[in-house]
Design a protein around this ligand. Structure first.
Ligand code: CO
Length: 149
């Protein structure tokens, strides 16, 4: 396994607007991307940048709000009404290779490899096989393909 950068931490929230206010006012965040809907995942998403080295941005916060009553994160919010940490996302250089390695380790992968919120291929690994942490694996964006919004 070739572990890459911690790309983002996914945080479920009942209100992206309230969470943006929190990260701005209590945490001092200054770089907010435009929220967008991912209807095929049943969620609205908003990325917040944390500062990185040399003027770049570092690990992002991914705010996730349910789009409707059928959203897969409604169950999480039922158990955690304030919202909370939902998943972590690590980059890997080659998504197919990483998937094959996890499968070889007998870990349960949730669904097919698909295009994630950054426009690059992702998959999720079951928290019960990942020390209790729902883990998203994402292929590192190619040079010049870096996602922005
Ligand atoms: Co994510």
């Amino acid at each position: 396994m070739k572990l890459g950068r911690l790309n983002h931490i996914g945080i479920a929230t009942p209100s992206i607007a309230d969470s943006i206010a929190h990260y701005r006012d209590a945490m001092g965040a200054t770089k907010f991307h435009t929220p967008f809907d991912m209807p095929e995942q049943g969620v609205k998403v908003c990325f917040i940048d944390t500062p990185g080295q040399n003027g770049t941005f570092g690990t992002q916060i991914e705010l996730i709000e349910p789009l409707d009553g059928n959203s897969p994160i409604n169950g999480f919010l039922d158990k955690n009404p304030l919202g909370g940490q939902h998943h972590v996302c690590f980059e890997v250089p080659d998504i197919a290779e990483a998937r094959a390695e996890f499968e070889g380790q007998g870990k349960r992968i949730l669904g097919p490899t698909r295009i994630g919120a950054h426009g690059t291929p992702i998959f999720f690994v079951h928290p019960k096989d990942m020390q209790g942490v729902l883990t998203e694996i994402m292929e590192t964006p190619k040079e010049g393909q870096h996602w922005s919004n």
